[in-house]
Design a protein around this ligand. Structure first.
Ligand code: GUN
Ligand code: ZN
Length: 468
């Protein structure tokens, strides 16, 4: 058992979160939260409490958070292309379809060489983990071997993830395309089998899951989509991820390629690719009708605001999606997005909400901290259909968490989050408003340096203070 004592910030809904200044979190040996107790007991009472809930004396290690530190659920990135990190920060003066041709496909092509993948994927996954991402929904390239390796690396580093290889058999350059729908499906099946056979985590349940990844409608023939339809219908529990309505030219081209469909969402629906475990990236240009359809099917949207600004795609109407009952989480969409950090996606989601709020005919409220916390954690968990396991601290859920440091000694001079003279109320107890401020500062000027530990299923897998 590991017993954490200290302040906890926990999302409850998109409009509320709990601030628990004195909290005790008991994590069992499998990494699940056994108890969450507010108003922690002091001194010898602690042993009594632990005894009462069945934690034997001497069978626990105690982690006491220092002043200026707090625990929050780990960040969930519902959309990231692991293979595009080498391209980070390049090509933002191009729009999507041009950018794919000029920057992205040439970058992804390099993963045909397994030595390149073996050299670069470990650093990439490490960087993503140290940004505070406890769960990633990864796109690999179209290559089977490199994507198997990506799954192996994620598994060995202990991150929770979905890993998929792109299905793409048309409208791509000759050097980066699958030879047929048949080959595309068969290699997908091999990747699924590989991931399902990875050694299990000590939690006794897999942390790495396969995800079927038709890149987007434009890159898939009707034959490929028909084959994928049959495959997903016989495998209802395997997740699906793809892109939807990101860019105006893309939407136009999609409707030209599928003249019998009346909408972009309608294309995916025709091939039974819209369901509760489907993750749709972007959704900037979805119509009300499409939002209704997506909500009806139970699919979720990955809001990728950094990418939508960087590639000049547009601004998603997140409030409207939520009002329609669509699940929404955040995605970095590297390297359409120019940062692998969900913190940056949080900042851009805030900016998007402010800009949408002042548009004529749009309106809506800008997002507050509760909403941003929700999108980055519990909302993402819902999009991944993992809301019973992660996204918030609740008894029985996995302990996927960040230990955040907003003290001056974090190494980040931008965050002066802790002032003992001001922050402590009577009796050495933290004020709730102070903790809320810490969270806000972490969101808006924090970075990797403020993340002391990244914890997945109870194990520390990254962060600045991993060694210490
Ligand atoms: N649509 C199809 N492929 C991609 C991609 O790699 N990135 C983004 N942002 N959109 C896409
Ligand atoms: Zn993407």
């Amino acid at each position: 058992y590991t017993v954490y004592l200290g302040p906890v910030i926990n999302p409850t809904t998109s409009t509320h979160f709990d601030i628990l200044p004195n909290c005790l979190v008991v994590v069992d040996p499998k990494g699940n939260i056994e108890r969450l107790i507010e108003n922690l007991p002091h001194g010898s009472e602690l042993q009594n409490v632990l005894g009462q809930i069945g934690v034997p004396d001497g069978r626990y290690s105690l982690v006491v958070l220092e002043h200026g530190e707090f625990l929050m659920p780990g960040l969930i990135d519902t959309h990231i292309h692991a293979c595009q990190l080498p391209n980070l920060g390049l090509g933002g003066d191009h729009e999507l379809l041009d950018w794919l041709e000029k920057y992205t496909y040439p970058t992804e092509r390099r993963f045909s060489e397994i030595d390149y993948a073996a050299r670069i994927y470990p650093e990439i996954v490490e960087r993503i983990i140290n940004s505070g991402t406890t769960t990633s929904c990864y796109y690999g390239t179209l290559h089977l071997e490199a994507t198997k390796l990506l799954a192996d690396i994620v598994r060995s580093k202990g991150q929770r993830a979905f890993v998929g290889k792109c299905n793409m058999d048309r409208n791509c350059p000759s050097y980066y395309i699958e030879p047929s729908a048949h080959v595309s499906l068969e290699t997908t099946k091999l990747l699924v089998a590989h991931i399902q056979n990875l050694p299990q985590s000590s939690a006794g349940e897999p942390l790495v899951h396969p995800v079927i990844t038709p890149r987007f409608a434009i890159s898939c023939t009707e034959q490929l989509l028909t084959d994928l339809k049959k495959y997903v219908e016989t495998n209802p529990h395997i997740a699906i991820q793809t892109h939807i309505s990101e860019n105006q030219q893309e939407v136009k081209k999609t409707l030209e390629l599928f003249p019998d469909c009346t909408s972009y969402a309608g294309v995916y629906d025709k091939y039974k690719l819209l369901r509760s475990n489907t993750i749709l990236a972007h959704g900037v240009y979805l119509t009300d009708e499409e939002m209704k359809l997506i909500a009806q099917r139970g699919a979720g949207v990955s809001h990728c605001p950094a990418s939508n600004f960087y590639l000049g795609s547009g601004m998603a109407r997140v409030r409207k999606l939520l009002d329609h009952g669509v699940k929404v989480g955040l995605g970095t969409d590297v390297s359409g997005g120019n940062s692998p950090s969900v913190l940056y996606a949080i900042q851009m989601a805030s900016n998007t909400s402010k800009m949408v709020a002042i548009l004529p005919n749009e309106g809506g409220k800008k997002f507050d901290v509760a909403m941003l916390l929700y999108l980055a954690t519990l909302g993402g968990a819902e999009v991944c259909c993992l809301q019973d396991r992660i996204g918030s601290f609740k008894e029985g859920k996995a302990f996927d968490a960040l230990l955040v440091n907003v003290r001056d000694d974090s190494g980040n001079p931008a965050v002066w989050g802790y002032n003992p003279n001001r922050d402590l109320a009577e009796g050495d107890c933290l004020k709730k408003e102070v903790l809320k401020e810490w969270l806000e500062r972490f969101f808006f000027c924090g970075d990797d340096r403020n993340i002391r530990q990244v914890i997945v299923q109870g194990s520390v897998i990254g962060g600045q203070g991993r060694q210490g």
